[in-house]
Ligand binder design. Structure first.
Ligand code: ZN
Ligand code: ZN
Length: 357
């Protein structure tokens, strides 16, 4: 088979359909990364970007793409000042194995790399809802809640560090595949209204810092070819104990889709661009944990009210006095701080955290 770009021998196949030689493949991935940024945003030389790296395969590729971009000497140079960040202390992984390749690569290229430990954020503030206060109890949570909670903690740290380093941009390494998983996960965990921010190219819920996802047109399959050709060493974590989570079930579902009907993945991802929150929502309250707009409490019967009601009923089987009128009251007794300072998803997490402590 011939490379679809240059007609030399195609040594790798994407989706078993598109053949590339190695050079054209790398050029194609670089193009996808740059055009995703170019199409959606205008970068200036004064832009300072915090590049968040987990050490996994997608962030290893992001690191390589950014380094290649900023070291170009042509008009194609990536016009940002990058600062690299890795957050430790959230999972029981071998941190040195994760961070060493990242540190080495940044050192060789004279770039700034920071490691922050999540424990340094533990606050003694007397605040009932403090996202950093329960890290040591993470293992007691259900896998689904734990994964969701960790992602929100990380997100808060990204913004805190971006502020500290005076960055106006944050780059994360989520691929097309990852974002499709995130979209479906958001829907099943009751974060459907947050898809726009969680899955779209740009998350601008913070006015002064934009979070961008420049790898959103690259797939997981392409990452594996990229690291093999470029001989990169990503950390392949084994995520032990996450097997029973909703996220891992969705991830497996997406993985099967990718193998059997790969075009579906980009369709899922593109759907996210079309989902926006209702403009009429004048509520100016934001969730303390995830910074999303909190849904307005509706006078109609909502899914949250229905869940609260059935939770209440199943906890009070012997009690005879459950009336529909209690329904409105029971929403906030089952889901603490809901509509006030937490969104439904975060209130659900908070509820589980409180019962475990
Ligand atoms: Zn070629
Ligand atoms: Zn929230």
């Amino acid at each position: 088979m011939l490379c679809r770009k240059c007609n030399s021998e195609g040594t790798l196949a994407i989706r078993n359909v598109y053949f590339f030689c190695e050079n054209c493949f790398i050029a194609n991935i670089t193009h996808k990364f740059r055009s995703c940024l170019g199409k959606n945003t205008k970068l200036n030389l004064t832009d300072k970007a915090l590049i968040c790296l987990s050490g996994g395969i997608s962030s290893t590729v992001l690191l390589d793409l950014v380094i290649n971009g900023v070291s170009l000497n042509s008009h194609k140079k990536l016009r940002i000042t990058p600062i690299f960040l890795h957050v430790t202390g959230l999972q029981d992984e071998c941190e040195e194995a994760i961070t060493k390749p990242l540190i080495d690569k940044c050192k060789v290229n004279h770039l700034v790399f920071h490691i922050v430990d999540v424990n340094q954020f533990t606050s003694t503030e007397n605040d009932d809802i403090n996202i950093f206060d329960i890290q040591h109890k993470l293992n007691k949570l259900s896998p689904t809640t734990r994964i969701d909670y960790i992602s929100k903690v990380k997100q808060q740290i990204f913004y805190k560090m971006a502020k500290e380093f005076e960055c106006n941009l944050i780059f994360t390494a989520e691929t097309n595949t990852k974002l499709s998983e995130k979209l479906l996960t958001n829907i099943v965990t009751g974060r459907g209204s947050q898809i726009e921010n969680d899955v779209g190219f740009c998350d601008d819920r913070h006015t002064d810092i934009e979070l961008l996802r420049p790898m959103r047109e690259i797939t997981k399959e392409e990452l594996y070819h990229y690291v093999r050709i470029k001989e990169l060493n990503p950390y392949y974590g084994n995520n032990l104990g996450e097997g029973n989570s909703l996220q891992s079930i969705i991830s497996k579902f997406i993985c099967d889709l990718q193998e059997n009907t790969p075009a579906t993945i980009s369709t899922i991802c593109k759907t996210a661009d079309k989902i926006g929150s209702e403009e009429g929502n004048k509520n100016k309250k934001y969730c303390k944990t995830c910074q999303n707009k909190i849904d307005v409490k509706s006078t109609k019967l909502t899914a949250v009210a229905a869940i609260a009601y059935s939770k209440k009923v199943s906890c009070n089987l012997k009690s005879e006095s459950i009336h529909m009128e209690d329904n409105i009251l029971s929403e906030s007794s089952v889901f603490p701080h809901i509509y006030e300072s937490l969104c439904y998803g975060c209130s659900k997490n908070y509820c589980e955290i409180k019962t475990e402590i």
